[in-house]
Structure formats: C-alpha cells, structure tokens
Design a protein around this ligand. Sequence first.
Ligand SMILES: [Cu+2]
Length: 202
Amino acid sequence: MRKSIIRTAFVVVFCLGLMNLVMAGESAQGKGKAAKDVPSMSQEEQIKLALSAAPPHIAKDSAVLVFGTDGKLKEGRPGTNGFTCIPTVMNLPDPDPMCMDAAVKQWWGDLMNNAPKPSNTVPGIAYMARGGSHWEKDGRVVMKEEPGAKIVKEPPHWMIMWPFDAKATMLPAAPNPSGAYVMFDGTPYAHVMVYQDPGKMK
Ligand SMILES: [Cu+2]
C-alpha cells in the first residue's frame, strides 16, 4: 500500500515535470517564431546589427544584449557609456535594432513586462538609425497587433521616452511630413518620435 502511494506520487511528479518541459519548449518556440531571423544569427552578427542603431561615437562604448538559444535576451558584451543596444525591437523581417540610455532601458523593460506605466523618473533617449515599424489601424498608431492593424515602416529616427501629450505640446499624434509626432499618445507609454537620422549625428 505504502509503496504504491509512493509510486503514484512519483509518476505524478514525473509527469508534471514533463509537462513543464513541454510547455517551456512550446513558449520558446512561440517566441522563436516571432523572432525567427535575429535570434538565429550568430552572437557576432547580433552585436553588429544592434550597434548599427546608434551613431558610431555612441555605439563604440555601448553594451549589447543578444538573444540566447532560449530566445531570451542576455548580455552580448558590456559597455561603458550607459547605453544598451538590442538587435531588434519587434522581431519582424526588417531589422529594427535600438540603442537606449538607462532611462529607456527601464521604460523598455516595463513595456516588455506589461507594467501599467513606465517607471523611468527622467526622460530617456533611444536611437533607431535603421528605422523600425509600428502597428497602425485606421490611420492611428496602436501599441500592439490587433485585428485590422497593419505594419507601417518608420524611417531612421531617435526618440524621447517621456509621456508627452499631443494636445498639451501641440505636437501631432501621428506620422506626418514635419518628421515629429507623439507615438502612443494618450497612453503612459507616449513618447516623442523624431525622424532624424542618428547615423548623421556627430
Ligand atoms: Cu516610437
């Protein structure tokens, strides 16, 4: 009797363990699918791509995060200037690397963790010299993929991560020929987009 209870317990624990493994494998696969191209690159390729987001004088001393085989970001190399570069933001086929200061790293981490609002206490700066993409629905920029939303490309730009309000600042709330707008206007993750090529900054 005692023995069979122990055996049953063992089988249950073993099966739960297997289930966890399978689930971990599935979620890693899900992430891998969205991030297919970049995480399959070598560490050196990912570092090179990440650093292409910032002007050379910033890139040369920046830390870099790269995707490990588990699809999660890990340290690719340390830095000394307070900036961190990642090889992709949205994991779309078009490369969209970003270099960010400490405040944006915090902002970005909060966004990735679905925090209700960013916790950076000072405005942050981020560079996307290769450009990027956003989701757009009915002419409005939306934060996430949703039914009816399409991907729209962004030219090379840099950003100020601080919850500016389009009405209060009188800045546009959508991309326009002036080259500046408040992205995610009306949300805690609002920030100013500046269509100016960081690659030309010195
Ligand atoms: Cu933006």
